[in-house]
Design a protein around this ligand. Structure first.
Ligand SMILES: [Zn+2]
Length: 218
């Protein structure tokens, strides 16, 4: 079986969404002192490669432990959208040829290769998806979108205030679906229509969870 890891390493000080809790990891026990090693982790529910549950943007919506896990394991379509500029909007016309035959519960992953900027300020100026893409895919039965960026919607700069505009989140999560963010290594999936697994931790009542996202060729 071929397998590609689509996850960023989780480590102290890693880049997170502006204002999210910083990631910190330290030793709570060590072999020389205690006879065993245990680490203590501090992180947000949206640290690193992770899944958004409806509760992330839908007040009172389903939490990550209530997601149907079969949404997050299944056939995936990787849509290649190379050469995008900072904050460029990907529109349905750009991707429709790669998606017109997609039906049902296929997981759709957008490969912009913006993941190469992870850890730099430029990662925040990522391309975004027009909500029309989400609407077409939801109409075809798709319930899970994934991006190799921080956010399928625009990430505001530090100066902006007030509630965020999150139209793609509202559409997908509002339909009971899920969004996988901060994917990486999509270029390494060199075969058509991989099997994807992006299972969250069973965090009771929470809005998202880090995942170990992998693409498989069985
Ligand atoms: Zn998220």
């Amino acid at each position: 079986m071929r397998l590609v890891d689509l996850s960023h390493p989780v480590e102290a000080g890693m880049q997170v969404f502006p204002g999210d809790p910083p990631v910190d990891c330290r030793l709570a026990a060590s072999v020389p002192r205690d006879g065993f090693q245990v680490a203590e982790l501090h992180l947000g529910t949206h640290s690193g490669t992770h899944v958004d549950a409806p509760l992330h943007t839908v007040d009172g919506g389903p939490a990550v432990d209530e997601l149907d896990l079969s949404l997050l394991v299944g056939p995936a379509r990787i849509v290649h959208v190379p050469g995008l500029r900072e904050r460029e909007t990907v529109r349905w016309e750009h991707v429709r040829a790669q998606l017109e035959d997609v039906r049902g519960r296929t997981i759709v992953l957008f490969r912009t290769d913006w993941s190469r900027h992870f850890g730099t300020p430029r990662y925040l100026a990522h391309p975004v998806l027009d909500v029309e893409i989400a609407e077409h895919l939801l109409a075809a039965g798709v319930r899970v979108l994934g991006v190799d960026t921080l956010n399928p919607d625009r990430t505001p700069d530090a100066a902006s205030t007030g509630p965020l505009a999150l139209p793609v989140h509202a559409a997908v999560l509002g339909a009971g679906g899920a969004i996988v963010e901060n994917l990486t290594n999509l270029h390494a999936v060199t075969w058509q229509d991989p099997l994807l697994s992006a299972l969250p931790l069973r965090l009771r009542g929470h809005d998202g969870s880090p995942v170990r996202a992998v693409a498989m060729q069985l």
